[in-house]
Design a protein around this ligand. Structure first.
Ligand code: HEC
Ligand code: HEC
Length: 402
């Protein structure tokens, strides 16, 4: 059992009954255009109610008295995921640290292995501590694990539309993979896998298989909040928490509150697209012909889901959810099977709402982000670089509609 009772997804049959009831109460059409941060169109009344209640958990400011810490990065999910609406991106940057090792497993050749350094407080290195922990140990942040071979900075990504990415079947991701580059286009995307062997998709290294697990992990890693899915408080760089520093009994968040927060994220609608003019339409073609779409796959289809709005839906996320080698300059930490230079194709859905680009925010403009593509994306970058000015303008106009 991966999850405690009460946290398991509702059985599909029960979902179907809810859906039939919903069809009777839903209004025929909705005039208002979806705004960033809105719930998915097509949710039923009880799903919309869960979205609203879950948003309150997502926005809740925790204090040491209500479970915050002893290590944390921020006091609420929405303190980071806030632009241009709750659930969006943010300017907070956090630190990850792991160790990338070349091991020689029993007799075979050397194989790369990644140590998330859990025994030294990795992979997320928290930047803040509660006053009680500060008084006990005299530290202001978690120390970087001494065995780390690299640290990586991570900007806060947007979560709008991510429930749809959660509902894309594993088979779809596996079908897009081409680890040995059999089609010889120089692009060899491969999936990452969780420690127990499931296909990963969330986080910049695509290590986490489900939104449910990422969200439960975020309560613990970002806020030091335990839940039935993650009931054990983090160590302080591998050392036990001094007694009296975190007196609240675990779990600090109930299974029901966690479920609500997860539903809030699952039910966030993709951000609205901008209007396409003639230039943007030409740019969409350029995006295909110079090979951006080989990784930034324009559309994915979801599979089954207990939620009608997430079932058999098309999401224009512009990602294949696979790992690609992006070259040495972008490389930082490993995670799971992902080597330091491999990153998940960043979804371009909502691109026009962002103000900094690439996993650590090093690119101030979209054009700069493209010019920093290397490795498997080097050929597409070069084709971008040799576009005539008007075609490049068209491509950038198209990207501004995403
Ligand atoms: C300190 C800022 C911060 C806080 C607080 C925070 N996040 Fe995040 N969130 C991040 C960063 C940074 C990443 C990117 C991590 C990575 O790339 O591996 C992220 C990634 C995510 C993702 C995966 C997105 C993707 O691109 O695959 C989800 C889902 C998520 N956060 C949910 C939450 C929830 C739920 C909470 C509250 C419990 C929360 N976050 C609190 C900064 C934060
Ligand atoms: C080989 C796969 C691949 C190809 C081809 C590719 N990209 Fe990317 N793209 C990525 C990956 C992986 C990232 C994330 C890199 C990071 O965060 O450091 C990314 C990130 C981006 C970003 C930054 C998004 C953000 O919010 O941080 C933009 C913009 C982008 N790509 C546009 C393009 C365009 C335009 C093209 C075609 C010229 C292209 N990409 C070709 C894999 C690819």
């Amino acid at each position: 059992m991966r999850f405690e009772g009460g946290m398991v997804r509702p059985a599909p049959r029960r979902g179907a009954v809810v859906l039939m009831a919903a069809a009777l109460v839903l209004p025929a059409g909705c005039a208002r255009k979806t705004q960033p941060g809105d719930p998915l169109p097509g949710l039923n009344r009880s799903e919309r109610a869960r979205f609203a209640r879950g948003q309150q958990v997502f926005k809740r400011e925790f204090t040491p008295e209500t479970g915050l810490g002893p290590l944390f990065n921020s006091t609420s999910c929405s303190e980071c995921h806030e632009e241009p609406a709750t659930g969006g991106s943010g300017d907070e940057v956090e630190v990850h640290a792991t160790a990338f090792l070349i091991r020689s497993p029993g007799g075979g050749g050397p194989a790369p292995a990644c140590d998330p350094l859990a025994d030294q407080g990795g992979p997320v290195v928290q930047q803040h501590v509660t006053p009680a922990l500060h008084d006990a140990l005299g530290i202001d942040a978690e120390p970087v694990p001494p065995r780390a071979t690299a640290t990586g900075r991570r900007t806060t990504p947007s979560l709008l539309g991510f429930g749809l990415l959660d509902a894309v079947p594993d088979e779809t991701i596996l079908a897009l993979a081409d680890p040995d580059d059999r089609d010889r286009d120089g692009i060899s995307g491969r999936p990452n896998y969780s420690a127990d062997g499931r296909v990963g998709r969330f986080g910049r290294k695509a290590f986490v298989p489900t939104l449910r697990e990422f969200n439960a992990g975020a309560f613990l890693n970002e806020q030091g909040i335990t839940s039935p899915a993650q009931p054990i408080e983090e160590t302080i760089g591998g050392k036990p928490i001094p007694s009296g520093v975190d007196p609240l009994p675990e779990p600090e968040l109930s299974g029901e509150e966690l479920d609500l927060a997860i539903d809030f994220v699952r039910f966030l609608a993709p951000p609205p697209r901008g209007a396409m003019d003639a230039g943007a339409r030409r740019g969409e073609e350029v995006f295909e012909t110079i090979g951006c779409a080989a990784c930034h796959v324009p559309r994915l289809r979801t599979g089954t889901s207990g939620t009608r709005a997430l079932r058999q839906a098309v999401v224009a996320a512009y990602t294949d959810l696979l790992l690609h080698d992006m070259g040495r300059d972008l490389a930082d930490v490993c995670l799971g099977q992902a080597t330091p230079s491999e990153f998940r194709t960043e979804p371009l859905m909502g691109l026009r709402l962002r103000s900094h680009f690439l996993h650590d925010g090093r690119a101030a403009t979209v054009e700069d982000a493209i010019r920093r593509h290397a490795g498997e994306a080097g050929a597409a970058r070069d084709r971008f670089g040799s576009l005539p000015d008007d075609r490049r303008r068209d491509l950038l106009a198209f990207l501004k509609t995403l």
